[in-house]
Design a protein around this ligand. Structure first.
Ligand code: DGJ
Length: 736
């Protein structure tokens, strides 16, 4: 790993054994981009990569040495609009005279060992300065007396470049209307774009489309990162698949509005920009003010999507997620939501907990409905006081009783939300995001508190402190159940309204930071109507997230497969729920439900007391099995083998770091009569190790080249036995 500045050619080269990133100060002192991709040898100059060919009909720069070139035709690091570059820019600054023309020139740079923290924002981190290096290039606009710091961090052993941008002003007031976290001008357009897209209960489906001239973009303007588009895109070579081909990943460490955009110009340059969405963003800056953008994590691989995912998984599970549970297997939980919804009392909860405990389940999570008048979703949100009618001994008493059963206790909160039918709203209507004089649109009968208001954050700190302080709480599920509308903050003046969306997210981060610092032993799980805020920003505070409100095992194949493109298996909240399933009304065996949920944090979400003795016995075995293998499911190297988006069946697997064991999950939603032979080539095993695969012996090289036969479970004579929604796990153990 190194960062070199070649003085004579004014070239920066950031590299490690895997990647190189090269930039150069252009003749007009702007910063140009030369290369990002597989590591290449360093040299004094890469000037031959600079394509400054003059083209007709373009506005051009004329340097003092007579060199003419147009910014429209140059690959740049952090471009502006209006100096001849007609593409969408990385930033936009409105000045007091109404002009938006800027001239940010190279001023100086700093190279530091390690990786600085981003104040108030989640970001990847280092545990020792030897792990990474950071280059900060400072650009200056002399007329505005304003600076931009472009920050680039490279990790020693990972094909990762982390970027962020900071603006600071020493001159007169300006309005920052666009401040993307990064820009990358790639030299061709021969890419497919992969996005993780969907809607409530079908989040993060992988979708691929080719780039074409013009703009391809995904976004959220919902105030949270959203079910609709995850803050991630990948650009892949046309032949790229899970196992080979070139891929560039872009992942935004942020939980609010975002834009990820690729603009392909007529010369086939692909300009990638990613950052806070400029719509509804407007930052009035005065002398001395600064603005820090969130981080974008760029990953490069020449070995396909699995390899890109491994880089994200390693980085996000070890240097983004934090806290006690980062490296620990996760407790097997039971959550009462789909078991009882709002209809519970202390007796019912304790009885469920008692059964769960007897089956080996480790954590009881009490979901929505324990506070205020929250007997349905029309009232009570915001009133974080225990409902003693339901729970006569309070959360305090209940949590102690549950601990007496040998289990830990966890509790649901939705700190950002409020029902109008609540004491909190009646007392503080001004704490809700609503626009004066306009109608407010409820969603799930609720509204959002103004988390840009420090008084609201302080109130939530007090309420949560009070409950946590009195009770025995080992886990918190932090939910958030609506997109934003009519956003306006009563505590901001007219000029400040353009920052309310962002300040809301900063408020969420502040409360998370407060709680995770004060209660380091509590495991946090983030949630937003399932996976509407399943993003790297949340992962920094909560090492696991509720993947989707869709608990149907068959639907989960796509959701978990897509999520795994970026997010580690240890972060995927996955539960066995009732059959028929509450979302799809589908009957799926308890084995298949568990076989999907094992590849996640694992737990149950059903009324365990409505199950038969036979089912209890199965659960007991499943819990024991998960305890035996959860280190492998959650912390092994995860490979996607057969995609549910392209095939009828799904196969994925987890391999232990020392390659001594692995688990393959095979899922066949629909039965087939007299089916063709079927085998899959496994990945990541030791070719020389002999593995016991469910009782039959095979070398790793055979399993990875000849493959693992799946024919047995799809052949006609087994059809009646297995039926639809069949699945099977293959346990591989090294024979010594
Ligand atoms: C939405 C979550 O995704 C569910 O798991 C559950 O917690 C409900 N909210 C409770 O209102």
């Amino acid at each position: 790993m190194n960062i070199i500045y070649h003085e004579t050619s004014k070239t920066f080269h950031i590299y490690n054994d895997k990647i190189s990133y090269i930039m150069k100060v252009l003749p007009n002192n702007h910063l140009g981009h030369l290369y990002f991709g597989k590591a290449i040898k360093d040299r004094d100059s890469f000037d031959h990569m600079l394509e400054l060919y003059p083209r007709d009909m373009a506005a051009y720069y004329e340097a003092s040495d007579g060199t003419r070139f147009s910014l429209e035709h140059v690959k740049q690091e952090y471009p502006s609009f209006g100096h001849g570059d007609q593409r969408l820019p990385a930033y936009d600054i409105k000045q007091s005279n109404g002009s938006r023309i800027c001239e940010f020139e190279y001023d100086h740079h700093t190279i530091i060992q390690g990786k600085p923290k981003l104040k108030g924002l989640p970001a990847t981190y280092v545990e020792s300065d030897e792990e990474a290096m950071t280059l900060i290039i400072t650009l200056k606009d002399h007329l505005l007396n304003m600076y931009i710091d472009l920050s680039y961090s490279i990790y020693k052993d990972l094909a990762v470049l982390c970027r962020n941008t900071k603006f600071y002003l020493e001159g007169e007031s300006v309005v920052l209307d666009r401040a993307m976290s990064m820009c990358l001008d790639l030299p061709h357009a021969n890419f497919n774009l992969i996005e993780l897209t969907g809607a409530w209960s079908r989040e993060r489906h992988m979708h691929t489309r080719p780039l074409d001239h013009g703009i391809t973009a995904i976004q959220s303007l919902r105030g949270h990162s959203s079910h609709q588009f995850n803050p991630f895109i990948a650009l892949t070579s046309k032949e790229c698949n899970e196992f080979s081909g070139e891929v560039y990943g872009f992942s935004f460490v942020y939980s609010g509005n975002f834009l990820a955009q690729v603009e392909v110009d007529p010369y086939n340059v692909s300009r990638v920009t990613m950052g806070i969405h400029p719509h509804m963003f407007s930052n009035v800056m005065h002398t001395g003010d600064s603005f820090q953008s969130p981080e974008v994590v760029m990953v490069y691989s020449e070995k396909g999507l699995n390899d890109m995912s491994h880089t994200y998984h390693t980085l996000y599970s070890t240097r983004l997620a934090r806290g006690k549970y980062r490296d620990q297997v996760r407790p097997i939980l039971i959550n009462n939501w789909e078991g009882t919804y709002f209809d519970f009392n202390e007796e019912k909860i304790l009885s469920m907990a008692k059964t769960a405990s007897s089956l080996g389940i480790e954590l009881f999570v009490l979901d929505d409905g324990w506070f205020g008048a929250r007997n349905h979703d029309r009232a009570g949100l915001g009133d974080w006081y225990c409902n003693y009618d339901k729970l006569p001994h309070g959360i305090e008493g209940l949590s102690r009783e549950i601990e007496k059963l040998g289990m830990k206790f966890g509790l649901w909160f939705e700190p950002e939300s409020v029902n109008k039918d609540s004491d909190l709203y009646r007392t503080h209507p001004e704490w809700t995001l609503e626009t004066p004089g306009r109608k407010s649109s409820p969603s799930r009968n609720q509204f959002l508190l103004d988390f840009s208001n420090p008084l609201v954050i302080n109130y939530m700190k007090e309420r949560m402190d009070d409950i946590i302080g009195k009770s025995k709480i080992s886990y918190i599920k932090w939910d958030m159940n609506r997109s934003m509308s009519e956003v306006y903050s009563a505590c901001s003046n007219a000029n400040e309204q353009g920052m309310v969306y962002h300040k809301f997210i900063l408020g969420v981060y502040e409360l998370y930071d407060y709680l995770t610092t004060k209660y380091p032993d509590i495991l946090f799980e983030s949630c937003s109507s399932g996976g509407a805020r399943f993003d790297p920003g949340m992962l920094y505070y909560a090492p696991q997230a509720w993947t989707s409100d869709d608990t149907d095992a068959i639907e989960r194949l796509k959701i978990q497969y897509g999520s795994s493109l970026v997010y580690p298996i240890s972060s995927l909240g996955a539960h066995v729920s009732a059959s028929p399933n509450h979302q799809l009304h589908r009957h799926v065996s308890i084995e298949t439900r568990a076989n999907v949920a094992y590849f996640g944090t694992f737990g149950y979400e059903l009324d365990i007391n409505k199950m038969t003795a036979e089912e209890h016995e199965i659960i007991k075995q499943q819990v024991a099995f998960m305890k035996q293998y959860r280190h492998l499911f959650q912390f092994g190297t995860f490979y996607r083998i057969l995609s549910p988006f392209e095939n009828d069946d799904t196969v994925w697997m987890s391999v232990a770091k020392d390659l001594s064991e692995a688990i393959v999950g095979y899922y066949r939603p629909m039965s087939r009569i007299n089916a063709p032979y079927m085998k899959v080539k496994l990945q990541g095993l030791d070719p020389n190790k002999l593995y016991d695969v469910n009782g039959s012996l095979h070398y790793g090289d055979e399993l990875m080249n000849y493959g693992l036969s799946l024919t047995d479970s799809t052949s006609s004579h087994n059809y009646e036995k297995h039926g639809d929604y069949f699945s099977k796990l293959f346990i591989l153990k090294e024979v010594k």
